[in-house]
Design a protein around this ligand. Structure first.
Ligand code: C5P
Length: 209
């Protein structure tokens, strides 16, 4: 039948990654964390001393980019995250990454894709759309707890400030700004456990299918 496509959008550290992995497991779907595409482009630019603000250079890197060839690059650092949000404002970058995301989702049996514009731009035709959010303080707390394991110099205040800057850039850009799709199911995870979030989402999916 038609591939099942679950679109999951939301700000950084909202819990959308955890939910996406668990939904993919539960329904036997593939999973694509689309943030890794923007992080991959940013990582290559930083490696080659290119400026992520340079639209032409960024689009060129994105067009030559092979998501399968990233290997062991460490994409999860704050520097790469910030670079990703800088390259993500460019129309040429988003266009270059569009086809890969579409083909990934349309290959049977379907997929869970998570990012910022899955329900609004990449799969406006998704089977079901979620917008996963949480308060800035709660998200910063989660991100801070992850980061400080590797880096004793991070502080909660810096993590919160960086998260707010990134949200603001993602929400206010011209191309594919972060916002819930009109039909998205909104889940605020601030006071929910990962199990509770999965329970809510899967009940919604089971009712639609
Ligand atoms: O989700 P993650 O933190 O890995 O995303 C890094 C950045 O990539 C985001 O802040 C956003 O600017 C960009 N992004 C995007 N569209 C997506 C996924 C990520 O613009 N679908």
């Amino acid at each position: 039948g038609k591939p099942l496509i679950i679109a999951i959008d939301g700000p950084a550290a909202s819990g959308k990654g955890t939910l996406s992995r668990r939904l993919a497991n539960l329904y036997g779907l593939k999973h694509l964390d689309t943030g890794t595409l923007y992080r991959g482009v940013a990582w290559l630019m930083l490696r080659d001393d290119l400026d992520p603000r340079d639209a032409e250079a960024a689009a060129e890197v994105a067009r030559a980019f092979d998501p399968e060839a990233l290997g062991t690059a460490d994409l999860r650092t704050p520097t790469v995250g910030r670079g990703a949000s800088l390259v993500a404002v460019h129309e040429g970058v988003r266009k270059a990454l569009f086809d890969f995301q579409r083909s990934f989702g349309l290959t049977p049996p379907g997929a869970v894709l998570d990012g910022r514009d899955i329900g609004t731009v990449i799969f406006p035709d998704a089977t079901v759309k979620f917008f996963i959010t949480a308060s800035a303080e709660e998200r910063a707390k989660r991100r801070y707890e992850e980061l400080r394991v590797q880096d004793q110099s991070v502080t909660f205040e810096n993590t919160l400030a960086e998260l707010k800057r990134r949200d603001e850039r993602d929400q206010n850009r011209e191309e594919a700004p972060l916002k819930p799709a009109a039909e998205a199911e909104i889940i605020d995870t601030s006071k929910l456990t990962p199990d509770e979030v999965l329970g809510r989402a899967s009940r919604i999916i089971d009712n639609i299918r």
